[in-house]
Design a protein around this ligand. Structure first.
Ligand code: AMP
Length: 282
């Protein structure tokens, strides 16, 4: 596995791979890798000749009072995980942006609600860093987890709108044995908070089961979920159209999604489940 630590090195590596006629797959991450990240590597690995993973805690996607400075890091463990998954190049730059960087990529509509609304500038930071990373890696395929459902939909829209020649493949949300969605931020939780965090997926699964039993109204479904959730502050619990990410009154004949974000102390966790007909990824 090659270790690349500058954008010049990343760009030169991918230029050489492309010149040799090889396809490149890409999994962008912020590190502190877990099974959710590794599942994305395993998803892309057989689709391409070369696989790149990036580890970069992107300041553009953090708000002023968020956890940028304390975001968990484990460069050695991450490198070992990448090696074990057959990664060809690990791109871990200390900085990613050139001096005087002044550009922002914004995707509208899909960012009206959810994480984009509660974290101003976050989705623009994600869209901007992904654009830069896609161009540096020249990737043919990139994988994103359904754990960050809004992010996945925003990136899909962005590559279509900007004609970026990268196919975005979604990876299923991976849960821990107790059902909690795997997240690098779970490392912040105390044992008691972790126990309470289990109510998030329980609430979502309850909503999913109720919807399958014929409860379609968004308010009724959300009320059922709210009854179960035990958190310090609920950021949102929403029922949205899965493709437009706009609120709906009831689950109908289009794919929908129940999405939650909740705080345990200053730790913000997110999770989601599918409702209604299955989403046809194209
Ligand atoms: P992050 O390091 O949190 O920025 O995540 C990097 C990628 O891993 C994103 O595409 C996430 O959606 C994905 N990811 C994170 N956690 C999970 C999970 N529990 N299941 C599936 N994918 C995940």
């Amino acid at each position: 596995m090659e270790h690349l630590s500058s954008h010049e090195a990343m760009s030169a590596w991918s230029a050489a791979e492309k010149a040799a006629g090889r396809t490149v797959g890409f999994v962008p991450t912020m590190g502190y890798l877990h099974e959710g990240h590794r599942s994305l590597m395993r998803l892309v690995r057989p689709m391409v000749d070369r696989l790149v993973v990036s580890i970069y805690v992107n300041p553009l996607q953090f708000g002023p009072h968020e956890d940028l400075d304390v975001y968990p890091r484990d460069p050695e463990g991450d490198a070992a995980a990448c090696e074990a998954e057959g990664v060809d190049a690990l791109f871990m730059p200390p900085d990613l942006y050139p001096d005087g960087f002044s550009t922002q990529v914004a995707v509208h509509g899909l960012t009206d609600h959810l994480c984009a609304a509660s974290r101003p500038g976050h989705m623009e930071g994600v869209a901007t860093v992904c654009t830069r990373l896609f161009l540096l890696t020249r990737c043919d395929v990139a994988a994103f987890g359904e754990k960050d459902f809004q992010q996945l939909m925003v990136i899909r829209r962005m590559v279509t709108d900007l004609a970026i020649p990268t196919r975005i493949v979604p990876g299923p949300l991976v849960r821990d044995a107790d059902g909690v969605a795997l997240s690098s931020r779970n490392a912040y939780l105390s044992a008691a908070q972790r126990e309470r965090a289990r109510t998030l997926h329980r609430a979502l699964f309850r909503m999913q089961a109720a919807e399958r039993d014929g409860v379609r109204g968004a308010d009724a479904l959300r009320a059922m979920g709210r009854e179960i959730i035990d958190c310090d502050r609920l950021d949102y619990l929403e029922v949205m159209d899965a493709e437009t990410l706009q609120p709906i009154d009831a689950v109908g004949d289009r794919p929908a999604r129940a999405l939650v974000a909740a705080f345990y102390g200053s730790t913000r966790l997110i999770d989601n489940v599918a409702l209604g007909p299955e989403l046809a990824w194209t």
